[in-house]
Design a protein around this ligand. Structure first.
Ligand SMILES: Cc1cc2nc3c(=O)[nH]c(=O)nc-3n(C[C@H](O)[C@H](O)[C@H](O)COP(=O)(O)OP(=O)(O)OC[C@H]3O[C@@H](n4cnc5c(N)ncnc54)[C@H](O)[C@@H]3O)c2cc1C
Length: 380
């Protein structure tokens, strides 16, 4: 009996099921066993992937928690609800735009601008010195940069894949997510440090690194942005630049957001964070009252209104995110240290030594990470 039972066991229902599961797992492991796994399809992760791809490397994947790429770069209906401006001295970003054949154009700032310094006083009007170098915008919105970068390797991006843990098994790094397990020789984490800290690491990372992660502010993680579209740029007809700076009141900053072709007309800016606690309809009303006080009733004739509160977005912000509009010092050198015996490294704008927080920081950290991955001594 025992012999028969042994002989037939491989064909029992349970054994077949086990064999099937093992085969599927083996196949999954094989397909998902990559040289490089990049966690996060924001600007930094995509720049690293783009550089690898350009150098002829095809053995990489990118895991992204959201159902879209771009991270803190997000243009919706022609409005940059995430990053917008770059400066002429943002060298790596300017070079990248050039390489990808993308155009930039000056932020519109001609005419009267307004400062609201006391809600009971008449706002102060002023002119921006147009001799000073202007900030620039990207034609087609900053998402055009994201789309251009990712175009050659769309098939390597896994969306809706939220990474939860990262462990070192000696040979490889195993990356666990809600969408299965992945393994790679080298893993790059590009999450804002506060989010990177929430992942589980086995073995655990050094205490000093966890401390640096929790102490690093996520740039703009607390911002609320609005975009309001119109049939015309009526403010320009009034001789107004569209720029409104609020030291008090519902608006913190508002700017003209007309597109480069002058075919779509909009205002875009930052809302006072105190309005977060209001109901959306009350917030909107308070906001429109504030703009109407400066630009008049025509502001009510909008064709589209959008707002995005980044503090509510769990793939950027955390519950402990405090407000901060002073640019912090980024680029703590501890983020440059290799972890898990050289198999894990950290990247992303908050890790950049120069222009951390900005798109420039994300691009330079993405470039630096690609260079490090390709270094021979690190790539044994
Ligand atoms: C409202 C706002 C306005 C801004 N304005 C400007 C500006 O005008 N000029 C400027 O230069 N910069 C600006 N910035 C900053 C700029 O957007 C960032 O510097 C840049 O986009 C950061 O890129 P990153 O790749 O380092 O990080 P991120 O864009 O944050 O990318 C990280 C990625 O990781 C993903 N992720 C998170 N958790 C997980 C997980 N567990 N598993 C898998 N994936 C995960 C995220 O979804 C995201 O795609 C602004 C940002 C915001 C929010």
């Amino acid at each position: 009996m025992a012999i028969i039972s042994c002989a037939f066991e491989p064909f029992s229902g349970l054994a077949v099921l086990r064999w099937l599961v093992d085969t599927i797992l083996q196949q999954r492991n094989m397909t998902n066993n990559n040289k490089y796994t990049i966690i996060g399809a924001g600007l930094s992760g995509l720049v690293t992937a783009y550089q690898l791809f350009k150098a002829g490397e095809k053995d990489f994947i990118i895991l992204e928690a959201r159902d879209r790429i771009g991270g803190r770069i997000y243009s919706s209906n022609g409005i940059d609800l995430g990053a917008t401006w770059l400066q002429y001295f943002h060298r790596d970003l300017n070079n990248l735009l050039k390489e990808l054949g993308l155009q930039k154009f000056e932020q519109f700032r001609k005419g009267t601008s307004t400062l609201v310094y006391d809600e009971r006083a008449i706002p102060h009007n002023f002119e921006i010195n147009t001799q000073e170098p202007a900030a620039h915008r990207v034609e087609g919105g900053t998402s055009a940069l994201i789309e251009a970068l990712a175009a050659p390797f769309q098939d390597k991006i896994f969306l809706n894949t939220q990474v939860q843990h990262i462990s070192d098994n000696g040979q490889q790094v195993l990356v666990g997510s809600n969408n299965g397990q992945f393994s790679a020789k080298k893993v790059v984490v590009t999450l804002p440090p506060k989010l990177a800290k929430q992942l589980q690491y086995e073995p655990p990372l050094p205490d000093a690194l966890y401390q640096a992660m929790s102490g690093t502010h996520t740039w703009m993680g607390n911002a609320i942005k609005v975009g309001i579209e119109f049939n015309s740029s009526f403010w320009k007809t009034q001789g107004h630049s569209g720029t409104l700076i609020g030291q008090v009141g519902p608006i913190k900053e508002l700017y003209d957001h007309t597109n480069a072709d002058n075919t779509r007309f909009a205002l875009m800016g930052f809302v006072n964070e105190n309005l977060r606690k209001l109901q959306p309809s009350d917030r909107k009303e308070y906001l429109f009252n504030g703009i109407e006080n400066v630009l008049g009733k025509e502001v009510r004739n909008y064709t589209n209104y959008q707002e995005k509160d980044w503090a509510q977005d769990l793939y950027t912000s955390t519950a402990t995110q405090e407000s901060n509009y002073q640019h912090p010092n980024y680029g703590n050198p501890i983020f440059q240290a290799l972890q898990m015996n050289g198999k894990l490294l950290f990247s992303g704008t908050e890790t950049a030594a120069n222009y951390g927080g900005y798109m420039e920081g994300a691009v330079s950290s993405g470039l630096q990470t690609a260079r490090r991955l390709q270094q021979k001594e690190w790539n044994r």
